[in-house]
Design a protein. Structure first.
Lengths: 112, 111
């Protein structure tokens, strides 16, 4: 049981480049989430999904897109990276309801 | 706008001390409150609190929720260097079980 995995672990982009972060979970969870963590800001929700084929905006969705084509995967895309998107990105999943979210190990993204 | 505030922002204690971390919240559609510990990487789950006044306990850690006054505390007794971490408080809101996080308390335990 790998839990929640994220790829890549690190990435450096130049302003304007695009990339996709992949999150995968093997716990058969319905709900998946993308957060970013910045110093002094805590974790903030970017987008989330309550099931395969569904997505919704979180607190800070601008500049990001997501897709949930398969239940086990949740992709986060940056179409045109900006330095303000330099952050650590965490994916999480849960069974929903009042159950806790399980987090992946994070992706450290730097945009120059 | 949903808000979760943690205090203190950071704390340095000696091994063996007892610490209390605070979390207050103002949210709509409260469902539960979670505590996580974050060392170098992903946050790891500590407690979930849904009812007022019922203490959750795990070893030297304990937590309680007050839904009337809208706060929770996390206590750590007989601290050890391995307790050094950022402690995150998060509130579950809405039917999609979204988490609203506080900024965290950075705890450093010294010898």
């Amino acid at each position: 049981n790998a839990g929640v995995t994220q790829t890549p672990k690190f990435r450096v982009l130049k302003t304007g480049q695009s990339m996709t972060l992949l999150c995968a979970q093997d716990m058969n969870h319905e709900y998946m989430y993308w957060y970013r963590q910045d110093p002094g800001m805590g974790l903030r929700l970017i987008h989330y999904s309550v099931g395969e084929g569904t997505t919704a905006k979180g607190e800070v969705p601008d500049g990001y897109n997501v897709s949930r084509l398969k239940k086990q995967n949740f992709l986060l895309g940056l179409e045109s990276a900006a330095p303000s998107q330099t952050s650590v990105y965490f994916c999480a999943s849960s069974s929903g309801g009042l159950l806790e979210q399980f987090f992946g190990p994070g992706t450290r993204l730097t945009v120059l | 706008e949903d808000k979760v505030v943690q205090s203190p922002l950071s704390l340095v204690v000696h091994e063996g001390d007892t610490v209390t971390l605070n979390c207050s919240y103002e949210v709509t559609n409260f469902r539960s409150l979670l505590w996580y510990k974050q060392e170098k990487k992903a946050p790891t789950f500590l407690f979930m609190l849904t009812s007022s006044g019922i203490e959750k306990k795990s070893g030297r850690l304990s937590s309680i929720l007050d839904k009337k006054e809208l706060f929770s505390i996390l206590n750590i007794t007989a601290t050890q260097t391995g307790d050094s971490a950022i402690y995150l408080c998060a509130v579950v809101v809405g039917t999609a079980s979204k988490l609203t996080f506080g900024t965290g308390t950075r705890l450093q335990v010294t010898l």
